[in-house]
Ligand binder design. Structure first.
Ligand code: G3P
Length: 217
């Protein structure tokens, strides 16, 4: 499973990239707003830090304008992945842009048939939003499982990028189902390595080691 981080905070991205934990990055207009800096600068800096795909989202609603904006974003760096909304115009733009060799992440996916249509439009990644479905008492993970099954049924290459991940358990379940990628907020990504018994066990080992009076050096 690949790990992308879901943030536009370049300092956080740098820290995670230095730890060797990142396969890519996803941003969206809300995350750009939170970072409160020009989008072009943010995307350029992230692309310098991370070699994998960096999703940058268009804001146009009509196909021709989406394509124009997408190409501007892709011009920032070779690893920009153009993020398009899951609308008919978005899928038309997806077909055109992937046909020209651009990477495309189709976002705001909330149903299995939407994901099927995105795959037919040649999407590089489909982003089903787990947390936002859970928020309205639907089952985000069931959507990931349905998409996995449909893509496997027909041999689609589109990668399932599990998004709107809120918990460690979301990551675990998405991995068990076979999502190709999880995009995870920085705090959740860091929490994935934590376990209270690891901390407790380490404290005990260190205390016992100290009691031996030995030194490895
Ligand atoms: O980047 C899209 C997605 O991960 C957003 O997550 O928590 O705002 O639903 P959230």
């Amino acid at each position: 499973m690949k790990f992308f981080v879901d943030t536009a905070d370049v300092a956080e991205i740098r820290e995670l990239a230095d730890a060797g934990l990142l396969d890519g990055v996803t941003t969206n207009p809300s995350l750009i707003k939170k970072a409160n800096r020009p989008m072009r600068d943010i995307v350029a800096e992230i692309c310098d830090v991370v070699e994998g795909p960096v999703s940058a989202e268009v804001t146009a609603l009509e196909t021709a304008e989406m394509i124009r904006e997408g190409k501007i974003l892709a011009g920032i760096a070779d690893n920009v992945c153009i993020k398009l909304p899951l609308t008919l115009d978005g899928l038309k733009a997806c077909k055109e842009l992937t046909g020209e060799g651009f990477l495309v992440n189709v976002t705001l996916c909330f149903s299995a048939v939407q994901a099927l249509m995105a795959a037919k439009a040649g999407a590089t990644f489909i982003s089903p939003f787990i947390g936002r479905l859970d928020d309205i008492n639907l089952d985000g993970m069931e959507l990931i499982a349905d998409i996995r099954r449909i893509y496997d049924n027909y041999g689609f290459d589109t990668e399932i990028l599990a998004a709107s991940i809120r918990t460690i358990n979301h990551v675990r379940e998405a991995a068990l189902i076979g999502a190709d990628v999880a995009t995870v907020p920085p705090s959740t990504l860091k929490a994935l390595v934590k376990h209270p018994l690891t901390d407790k066990g380490l404290d005990q080992f260190l205390a016992d080691w100290k009691a031996t009076g030995q030194s490895i050096a």
